[in-house]
Structures are given as structure tokens and as C-alpha cells.
Design a protein around this ligand. Sequence first.
Ligand SMILES: [Zn+2]
Length: 277
Amino acid sequence: PWLFFRENPFYTLKKLLTPTAGILPRVDYSRGDSFLHFELSPGELSSLRNPHNALRVVLYCGVYDKTKSSKNVNIEFPHPVDITLNGVKIKDNVKGIKNKPGTAKPADLTPNVRASNHLEIAYTQTKTDYLIFCYLAERVSAPKILQKVLEAPKTPKESTISQIIGQNSSSNDDDELLATSTILSLKCPVSFVRMKYPVKSINCQHLNCFDALQYIYLQEQLTSSLWFCPICNSTINVGDLSLNEYVMNILKSTPDECESVEIEVDGNWHPLYENDD
Ligand SMILES: [Zn+2]
């Protein structure tokens, strides 16, 4: 039995620490206990104890269902669960957001690792088998992810302008109401401050952007593998985030106190100020 997890942008998996996956067999009405043993080399241990090193020992857990694909599996722990490493209870919140699969995060075991490690997982009343994996992984910082986003192909100004014109000249009668100007906010919906790096997913059709760094900081707190658009709630792959040059140009051409602009049907725009009515 094996699982391939959905990539978590905040961890680069380096090495699996056990030859096989740990199994948490289904227990309908009782309590389950599973154990996993793994060793760390002196070199790995000293890297893990260096606070400036990004190396971590992380625990991934996912549902094992023979009838389903083992690829792009979401992290999901049984609930309730008690994770104990070398006799110390791990207090990481591995639950994720309720009813939002993909938002659970791996448990960070780093603070309690030693050369020879004994991991214990206690759980109750599960309706499926779970598999657990201990990995050596490198933690990826928010600025590093931002750098990747900024290096990705940008959305050219012309492409956004033709999208605005296209939306406004759509032959669909229902869109008639859209054939007027629209207001574009220059504030990030995540941080409520003026955007510095306006981005959105290439799969999102809306004009509004959010700030890449503020958004990544928010995801860093959640450390979940699955990201959602703060504007339309669609799922977002970090590789699909693209800097919007049209909005970037507006940000560069307006003073800091300007919080929104009015976009004309032809893509031209003019700044709006608080006292404008
Ligand atoms: Zn969206």
C-alpha cells in the first residue's frame, strides 16, 4: 500500500524515513494504536537541530482506499488523533478546515527528534484505513514562493484589456448590464492594504487581483496543500499564479492614497478617491 500526496508548496520532500508506510487499520467502534520506528543519521540530526536550517521531519497521513487513486492524495488524519514522538505529544493542529478536504497540514515532528525515534499514533472510530509516512523535507519560505510566482509568465496588459473589451461586447443579452464601467479595487482582499504584487490564477476570469506575498503569508499560516482564490474561491495551484501587468501599471501610475479605479468598457481607467461621489 502506498500514497502519493498532493504537493505542498511549503515542503520539498527529500527522503522517506521508513522503508514502508505505516498503517492505521480501520477500527469501527474501538481504539487503534499504530507505531512507526525511524532512524536519523548524525548529519541529519545536526542539520535538524540547526535553527537556520530549513530541514524538517514531517508526518503525512492520508486515507487509503484500494478503490481510489493513490495520486494527488490530500493530507488527512483520523479525528480524533494523538500523535506522540519519543514520549512527547505533538500539539500541531493537523485537522484542517472543517469540510474542506485538502486543508489539513503535515505534523512537524522536528522539535522532538533524536537518532532513534519511536512514533505512536492513537485514534478511535475510523471508517477507513489510513497510511502514514515520515519524511525528511525542506521547508520553503514565503519569499521563496513569491520569487517563483514573480518568475512565472506574467499576464500582459493587452490580454487583460482585450478581456475587458470582450466581456463588455459579449453578444449575450444578459450581459447588457455589464456594458458600463466597473470599479477595480487596488486593495488586497486578504490584507486590506494596497497591493504590491497583483496576481490571480490564470484560470480565474475576474479582473480583481490579490497581493501575492500577503496571500502566500496567509497560506503559510495554514500550511495546507490546497489553496483557494480569495475572490472566487476556486482552487489555485501555485504554478498558475500570474502577475497582472494591467493592474500593476495602474498601481504604479496612481498615488498610494488611491484605493480604487474606474475601468471603462474600452479598458481605459481613471482613479477614484474617497471623496469622489
Ligand atoms: Zn478567482
